[in-house]
Design a protein around this ligand. Sequence first.
Ligand code: PDD
Length: 284
Amino acid sequence: MSRIVYVNGEYLPEEKAKISVFDRGFLFSDGVYEVISVLNGKLIDTRGHMLRLNRSLGELDMAAPCSAVEIESIVKKLVAENSVEQGLVYLQITRGAADRDFFYPENPSPTLVMFTQSKNLLDDPNAEQGIDVITVPDLRWQRRDIKSVGLLYPCMAKMEAKMAGAKDAWMLDADGYVTEGTSNNAWIITQEGTIVTRQLSNDILHGITRKAVMALAGENDFSVEQRPFTPAEAYEAAEAFVTSATTFVMPVVKIDAAAIGNGLPGEMTGKLREIYIDMALRTE
Ligand code: PDD
């Protein structure tokens, strides 16, 4: 049975789902997206994702095709239609189809597309072993707080990581500080046990998992600092990890040529992963 995807009001087998060649998402990357994880058939932190979606739309002066409540019910229906127990929902809104013109169309008819991916997120072997990352310059645009579908540079950076035998890349701003991973937020834990991640600004995506982990770290009396850090500081860190909706808390065991700590996933990282997953599994 083929996967059912959602396109502009219709639930269709994926082979039948089509959008216009004039869609501005296709021509200009004029669109925004969200990725929401699914555990036990339930969506994790939908509210946070909907709030960020609205913010991304607002920053781009882009209309939504329907309300956040309606979007949420479509997401739920799609997860049920595809019997997703574990995995993710991808949803994308673009400014819709219009004859090619850099100016926004006057009466846009936004496109809403959604699909699901079934995936084992809990027993990810990368979480057991930890991942290696390399550092690369951050060559993206300067509104990284908007979850735009313009992801070519993150694809290039991930390919560079793959060529170097690593799983991902951490990107560096012009001053040499880590911004974030190609599709996740970057964190280190100092030798003194302080958890460090870059503060929110236009330089990084305001991760929904980042926010949840920050709250859980506080509740568990871990000390957290929000500030930039350099690769040099990260090489000397006791632990490192990344967060995202699809990886939760994922240990990083090597950055460039430097093994982090003893080169194995860190203890505090493991604890944070555990408490994050516990919290997610308690989602109603
Ligand atoms: N990426 N930073 C970037 C650049 C991201 O693309 C993502 C998410 C994050 C983490 O955000 P969150 O915790 O809300 O997932 C940080 C998604 C998973 C993706 O593009 O597939």
